[in-house]
Ligand binder design. Sequence first.
Ligand code: SAM
Length: 213
Amino acid sequence: MAKDPVHPRDRPGEFWDERYVGEDYVFGQEPNVWMAANADLFTPGMTALLPGDGEGRNGVWLAERGLHVTTIDASPVGVEKARQLAATRGVEIDIQVADLRDWDAPVGAYDLVVLAFLHVGPDDRATLHRKIAHTLKPGGLLILEGFTPDHLGHGKGGPKDTRMMFTEDRLRDDFADLLDIDNLEILKTELPASERHGGPAAVIRLRARRKIG
Ligand SMILES: C[S@@+](CC[C@H](N)C(=O)[O-])C[C@H]1O[C@@H](n2cnc3c(N)ncnc32)[C@H](O)[C@@H]1O
């Protein structure tokens, strides 16, 4: 009997393990473009959390800039590649394997959180986003990029279920009363091509700060 396909919404670790097997880095080794565009806001010594950092391209890039980086991902295969990338580039990162939905999140711990294409199921999204926003210190910075429903049929990769994607309303609702939004833009762009990813993409980019008080 054919095996049921693993769904990223239900079993993200297994789903992404299958994709990360092999030598190449699925999303490449260059940092996320939107995160890097905000580089002037990152200073050495800041604490940074990257939930769903996969093979580590973004965590490693921040660690190279002197930030104290913690990454958490459900995929043991991805995490092993992130450890290898950190070792190759000569940086230390606290790299953890966990399903973020079960993760016991610290409150008010980080200066910076980066969410790059972390798409969970519609029943988990708001709860997870709010839990992650709470990990920020007052005034701490959140940088997020993800796919919008327009990406389906437009570009490669991304969830096949539009309910896992981001809209302006979904993000505003998820973070209401927790974040002051400084930038929220929806755009069609070209993501840098890696071996199995990149090209035309429909994305949403958010920059926001944890409310003070
Ligand atoms: C599209 S990939 C993006 C990886 C990385 N952020 C990047 O931009 O290169 C999504 C990542 O989120 C992780 N992920 C998805 N759902 C998760 C969950 N519930 N808990 C932990 N990690 C999760 C996956 O394992 C995968 O590595």
